[in-house]
Each structure stands twice: as structure tokens, then as C-alpha cells.
Design a binder for this molecule. Structure first.
Ligand code: FE2
Ligand code: FE2
Length: 192
């Protein structure tokens, strides 16, 4: 992390000047450029985290992304698939929202929605085994992206727990992550 260099002079934002913010803006652009590296580092935290499943969460993420890629999905879709469970480490009770928030500036509204709602749709495949309502996704029936999210879970997410499946390694997806995270298309900070 960058700690040296020029610093703003204000001690309260109300006293800030354009000069101060030119310094901070420059630092922000440098830091934002490191976002793909931080995302990949965080994704690696899922390595070895089995949570009782047959494969760990990193392998599940790689398998979900590999299945989507081999099915001909576009790069932004594949990156969404790769990151859909990245929130597992900090969002024990809302992991889909974390992936959705990280992806939101860089992907379409549909891909954001899939990441955000995949937990409810994935529940179709196991909530009934835990005494929960497997049809909770029906709350979203009729939404423009309902079928797209159902398809993501059916074809890639729920299917990606096979220890015998040969997934592509994280290195394979790295250039895709860098390209998707290169430029925000939807952010109040996009012009900084
Ligand atoms: Fe998930
Ligand atoms: Fe998943």
C-alpha cells in the first residue's frame, strides 16, 4: 500500500481545497488500478475452505466460471461466475450482496442482478433439506432477469461441486478479471 508521497493539507473535509483533491484524486486513481489484484487476492482466501462440501470454495468458483466459459458465455458473465461467492469470507449471512456490490460498477444490470439474487435461486436446490422454502425464488417470478438467474444456478452454480471436473486454473481467468475491472461503466466515482 502506498503511504508516502504528497498529502492533502486539510484536517476536516470542510476545509479542503482543489489542490488537496488533486492530490487525493491522483492517489485514488493509482489505488483503483490495483483493484483487480485485490479482488484476486481475496478470491484466493476461499482456497481450502470446504464448508462441508466435496470441493473447496475456490474450486467451486473456478468450476462455476469454467462451466460458463465452456458454455460460450461472454467474459463479463464468466467473471461474474468466478466472483459470485467471493463474499463468503465476510458475508456469512448475505454473501451474494458482496459479490454484487464489487461487480456493480463493471457489469450490466442483468449480471449484477444474477450475482445479487443467486442465493435465493440457488436455494431451490437445497433449502428443502434444511427445513426452508426452496421456492423462495418465486418472490422474483416475473422479473426481467428471473430466467437468467435461474439458468445461472441450474447450469453452472448448482452443478459446480464435482471433484472430478477439470476446471481451468485461476491464472486462466486473471486477464479476464483485469479487463472487466479496467473501467467502471456505472459509478458515482467513475470520473475521478
Ligand atoms: Fe453463493
Ligand atoms: Fe456458488
Amino acid at each position: 500500500m502506498e503511504t508516502g508521497g504528497e498529502r492533502a493539507k486539510f484536517h476536516a473535509m470542510a476545509d479542503g481545497t482543489a489542490e488537496d483533491w488533486a492530490i487525493i484524486g491522483g492517489a485514488f486513481r493509482g489505488f483503483a488500478g490495483g483493484l483487480p489484484d485485490r479482488v484476486l487476492t481475496h478470491l484466493r482466501l476461499l482456497d481450502g475452505d470446504f464448508g462441508g462440501f466435496a470441493i473447496d470454495r475456490l474450486q467451486h468458483s473456478l468450476q462455476t466460471a469454467t462451466r460458463a466459459h465452456r458454455d460460450g458465455r461472454g467474459e463479463d458473465y464468466v467473471v461474474m461466475a468466478l466472483l459470485h461467492d467471493i463474499g463468503d469470507t465476510l458475508g456469512s449471512y448475505n454473501h451474494p450482496e458482496i459479490a454484487a456490490a464489487i461487480l456493480r460498477p463493471f457489469v450490466s444490470e442483468e449480471l449484477h442482478w444474477i450475482a445479487d439474487k443467486h442465493g435465493a435461486f440457488q436455494g431451490y436446490y437445497f433449502f428443502h433439506h434444511l427445513g426452508m422454502d426452496r421456492d423462495i425464488r418465486e418472490n422474483f417470478r416475473g422479473h426481467a432477469h428471473f430466467e437468467a438467474c435461474a439458468e445461472f444456478c441450474e447450469q453452472y452454480d448448482q452443478a459446480a461441486f464435482d471433484p472430478a471436473y477439470e476446471s481451468a486454473p485461476l491464472d486462466f481467468f486473471e486477464p479476464m478479471v483485469r479487463r472487466v475491472f479496467a473501467r467502471p461503466i456505472n459509478s458515482i466515482y467513475a470520473k475521478v
